[in-house]
Ligand binder design. Structure first.
Ligand SMILES: Cc1cc2nc3c(=O)[nH]c(=O)nc-3n(C[C@H](O)[C@H](O)[C@H](O)COP(=O)(O)OP(=O)(O)OC[C@H]3O[C@@H](n4cnc5c(N)ncnc54)[C@H](O)[C@@H]3O)c2cc1C
Length: 403
């Protein structure tokens, strides 16, 4: 006989989206299960973990979970720019610590966490709506019945795929990185490296964690390029390209690999008894392929909306729609604008990248940060599109303006 459970809400996937949904739902007083297929939360790291101090504070993430960043350096084949702030605005997360903290927040509120359970099937009622899920765990088959399921399985979107609602993402980023001990690293400064030698479609990076530990990585846009990011990462380290040389001896301690959707906000994210959140919903800023803060923010919204719906005994797509409405109104136009800038960046030659860095040099710190965060509309960026004396600058910011 399979093990069998009844919950109000089942959240599949113990990443930042799933843990955050389980947290607000449990806090709202319903019975929640959070299910993760790995042996522990964040056993495998698939992300570089850069995010923003403002979001960290909003979520209450503890200070010992991140290294603050003040300086943002870009390098292209023949150009370089550093934008500095007097206080730290960005951060590189200790991903394992942060994700485990998020899951523990859910547990403290009363969510039950199940690990080593790989969910691979959905249970449907007579109307073909989801009413549970099943998978395999250490004791064989395991079944969870629930009023709502949240698909927080990340890139694979396992639940939504099993329901037949989505297919594999067609456009996505593939990234490989080493976490490494190096001889010398400035803990306040990140590096983004662009141009053909680093990667033909995307960027390479050095993100410091403090104590002479850095993450060195390469991201490649698919299907634009068929370059293997792992191979390219080894090559740029071997050649000691650009700022990598300054790190001195590099001793890898952990390898990370992952995929992130880059198909825009193309998916419907609510169905009867089902919500998609985080990477399974495609909630990522395409400019720098960052999704952690959206996963946490909209995970929390998903958990609240789902638990309210369960309490109100109405869990169809209309009852869950406030979730989709809230996340779309927060980021849809920004992500669409960021997509236009990304389309321009993906096509740049090395020479054009050198010129693009000249444009970035024109930005004040807050303008640069709003730009890279896709927080268009907050600063003077729209004015730059109208009034800047240089045509190239106006052209770049006109892309953003066209929202
Ligand atoms: C190379 C790379 C670098 C990145 N760098 C950054 C960055 O610097 N900053 C940033 O903000 N974002 C970054 N991202 C994006 C970021 O990692 C994601 O947006 C974020 O992790 C999404 O969170 P999530 O909870 O939706 O999915 P995930 O973090 O992928 O979590 C999904 C969880 O579900 C579990 N799971 C999957 N299937 C099942 C199943 N069938 N049964 C049970 N459990 C299952 C997985 O094991 C996993 O724990 C990067 C992505 C990549 C690939």
């Amino acid at each position: 006989m399979p093990e069998e459970y009844d919950y109000d809400l089942v959240v599949v996937g113990g990443g930042p989206a799933g843990s955050s949904a389980a947290f607000t739902a449990a806090k709202n007083g319903i019975k929640v299960a959070l299910i993760e297929k790995e042996n522990s939360i964040a056993e495998t790291v698939r992300t570089s973990g850069v995010t923003w101090i403002e979001s960290i504070k909003e979520f209450g993430i503890p200070d010992n979970c991140y290294n603050p960043i003040k300086n943002f350096s870009f390098v292209s084949p023949n150009n370089e720019v550093t934008i500095s702030d007097s206080i730290a605005t960005a951060a590189v997360l200790d991903v394992r610590k942060t994700y485990r903290w998020l899951a523990n927040e859910a547990k403290v509120e009363g969510a039950d966490i199940f690990v080593k359970i790989n969910i691979n099937e959905v249970i449907k009622n007579e109307n073909n709506d989801i009413v549970g899920i099943s998978g395999t765990g250490p004791n064989g088959k395991i079944i969870f019945h629930s009023k709502i399921v949240i698909d927080a399985t990340g890139f694979t979107s396992t639940i939504s795929k099993a329901m037949g609602f989505v297919t594999q993402w067609k456009r996505f980023g593939a990234g490989a990185e080493y976490e490494a001990v190096v001889e010398k690293a400035d803990p306040d400064t990140w590096w983004l490296m662009v141009g053909q030698e680093y990667t033909p479609a995307g960027y390479a990076w050095i993100f410091p964690l403090g104590n002479n530990i850095v993450r060195i990585g390469v991201g490649v846009g698919k299907p634009e390029s068929d370059v293997d990011p792992t191979q390219r990462l080894k090559e740029i380290i071997e050649k000691q390209l650009g700022p990598i040389k300054k790190l001195g001896k590099i001793t890898p301690i952990e390898f990370h690999y992952g995929l992130i959707p880059n198909d825009g906000l193309s998916r419907k994210t609510v169905f009867n008894n089902l919500i998609l959140v985080g990477d399974s919903a495609g909630q990522a800023n395409p400019l720098v392929l960052e999704g952690i803060r959206y996963a946490i923010k909209f995970g929390r919204v998903a958990g609240k909306v789902a638990s309210d719906a369960i309490k109100n005994k109405k869990t169809d797509k209309d009852a869950l729609y406030p979730y989709e409405e809230e996340w779309r109104s927060a980021i849809e136009s920004k992500i669409n604008s960021a997509g236009k800038v990304q389309d321009r960046w993906i096509g740049l030659s090395d020479k054009e990248w050198d010129k693009e860095l000249d444009i970035i040099k024109e930005l004040k710190t807050d303008e640069f940060l709003d730009f890279i965060k896709a927080d268009f509309g907050l600063s003077n960026i729209l004015k730059l599109a109208m009034n800047h004396p240089k045509l190239a600058v106006r052209q770049l910011f006109n892309l953003v303006k066209g929202k």
